[in-house]
Write a protein that binds this ligand. Structure first.
Ligand code: LMR
Length: 397
């Protein structure tokens, strides 16, 4: 059965994580996998998470199954976190949510739903997009195409080219949009641009599939959800995949959700029944722990405030690192403009160097980033930025 199978290369992001861990150099810098790190280089368990976990451990009396769609309290709390408390789509009972195994699980559930609804559906993803979007969605048997997005010359969005592309799509084409903190480029749509995309999506009857994996790590919890809330309010249908990995620091607990906005409550009920069936045929029910933690935090005023404050500190640290990185690169590489790093949002930016230069950074300077030169800004520390900037200047020559 298995003798003919070839050995696959490691996943570009997860393989890099393993290579970094195996490097014995004490000064190594990990700008690879997208996890938040503090000034000590650690990815700590958030205080609010620890407190919620303690309460849960004391209170929990059973490990019996929760429910097919996951934890209902978590699902409702996530709807309000994603869409805001008074969102009209929630009031109209047009939103249904299924708990998912992280943002990846949510994206895959949404892809499976799309395939059930329209087997010949095409999903259009940004150029570039997160490395795992393509295998996750195409693994569900979905055809993918790419729309223009990142402009390396400005570090911003090729907005006119993006609109021109989307304006040619047939109705019911699905457009995958990053809600905020675009992975891998850090280049986000402005609020004006979100409104323009909305007009086009509505006019051409496209279906938005919004991926929100970094809510709160760009401009703020509300600000980062601007496009998601707008689309859910103004459009009859939308899919929204959300992750609690980064903003709650729950990576390994695999906690996320898929919200689907439908045109009527009855259609929404049908969607949820399909999602529950899809999940049942793959893994039956999601793990409990991460969702229980998030529910506990969001339901308790004190824990919620503490979490928002911690999230704010993470966001501020990323902004400071972006500023410091540009300051140092300005000194070490005066011939090149890295100012875009300060204008971009969230954990990632493209450094804009070649694969050979990325390899040199890894082999000669023990600085790890993916081959496309995506850097996780949160992997830098104020004390490591000067060395990083020196190394970049050396490889640029
Ligand atoms: C990343 O982009 O590095 C993170 O989202 C982790 C992952 O699963 O790829």
């Amino acid at each position: 059965m298995f003798e003919h199978l070839e050995t696959l290369p490691p996943d570009p992001i997860l393989g890099l994580m393993a290579a970094f861990r195996a490097d014995p150099d004490p000064g190594k810098i990990d700008l690879g996998v997208g996890v938040y790190r503090d000034e000590q280089g650690e990815t700590p368990v958030l205080d609010a998470v620890r407190k919620a976990e303690q309460r849960l451990l004391e209170r929990q009396k059973t490990k019996t199954y929760v429910a097919a769609g996951g934890n209902a309290g978590f699902n409702q709390a996530m709807e309000r976190l994603t869409l805001g408390d008074d969102h009209p789509a929630l009031a109209a009972s047009r939103v249904r949510t299924i708990q998912a195994t992280g943002g990846c699980g949510a994206l895959r559930l949404g892809a499976e739903l799309l395939r059930v609804a329209a087997p010949d559906v095409v999903v259009h993803v940004s150029t570039p997009t997160w490395g795992n979007h393509v295998p996750l969605l195409s693994g569900a048997g979905i055809k993918l195409e790419r729309y223009p997005y990142y402009d390396p010359a400005t570090g911003g969005v090729r907005f006119a080219a993006m609109l021109e592309y989307l304006d040619k799509l047939p109705p019911r084409s699905v457009v995958l949009l990053h809600a905020s903190c675009h992975n891998p480029t850090g280049a986000d749509l402005s609020q004006i641009q979100w409104r323009e995309v909305l007009d086009l999506v509505r006019r051409r009857e496209l279906i938005p599939y919004l991926d929100m994996a970094y809510q709160g790590l760009g401009d703020g919890v509300t600000e980062d959800a601007f496009g998601v809330r707008l689309f859910a309010r103004e459009l009859p249908e939308a899919l929204i995949a959300v992750s609690c990995s980064k903003n709650f620091g729950l990576y390994r607990e695999r906690t996320g959700a898929l919200h689907v906005v439908s045109s009527t409550p009855a259609a929404a009920d049908a969607v949820l029944s399909q999602l529950v069936r899809i999940a049942r045929t793959i893994y039956s029910m999601p793990p409990d722990h991460g969702a229980a933690i998030v529910q506990e935090i969001l339901a308790d005023r004190e824990l919620r405030e503490a979490w928002l404050a911690e999230l704010g500190r993470m966001r501020d640290r990323i902004l400071t690192l972006r500023r410091q990185t540009v300051e140092h690169l300005r000194k070490t590489c005066p011939a090149r403009d890295f100012g875009f790093i300060e204008r971009q949002k969230g954990m990632f930016s493209f450094l804009g160097v070649s694969v050979e230069q990325v390899r040199k950074l890894r082999e000669q300077h023990h600085i790890y980033m993916t081959d496309d030169s995506r850097i996780n800004i949160a992997g830098l520390r104020s004390e490591s930025i000067p060395r990083f900037a020196q190394a970049v200047s050396q490889v640029l020559g």
